[in-house]
Design a protein around this ligand. Structure first.
Ligand code: FES
Length: 88
């Protein structure tokens, strides 16, 4: 298998409702994960981009959280509060 150009980690961790830390799962992480997977397939980027569901990445209150390797200047970029856009 060739080395992928990008690796996208999507936190899908879910905590019980009302948990003080919150979680990406209760904020729509599975929809974000599905959109990344669909986008990779739609753009024929299989093998170049890998999308991996993960457990907690840390900034739970900003979820859904996504980390992309490599990001800007070869470091990882982290994104939070992502939502699935629904076309009108
Ligand atoms: S639950 Fe997603 S970053 Fe912690």
């Amino acid at each position: 298998m060739p080395k992928p150009k990008y690796h996208i980690l999507v936190c899908k961790n879910t905590r019980p409702p009302g948990h003080p830390k919150g979680s990406c799962g209760e904020r729509g992480a599975m929809g974000v994960l599905n959109q990344f997977n669909f986008g990779v397939m739609e753009r024929n980027l299989i093998g170049q981009v890998i999308v991996t569901p993960t457990d907690c990445l840390g900034p739970c209150q900003m979820g859904p959280t996504v980390v992309v390797y490599p990001g800007h200047r070869a470091r990882a970029d982290a994104f939070g509060n992502l939502h699935v856009a629904v076309p009108r």
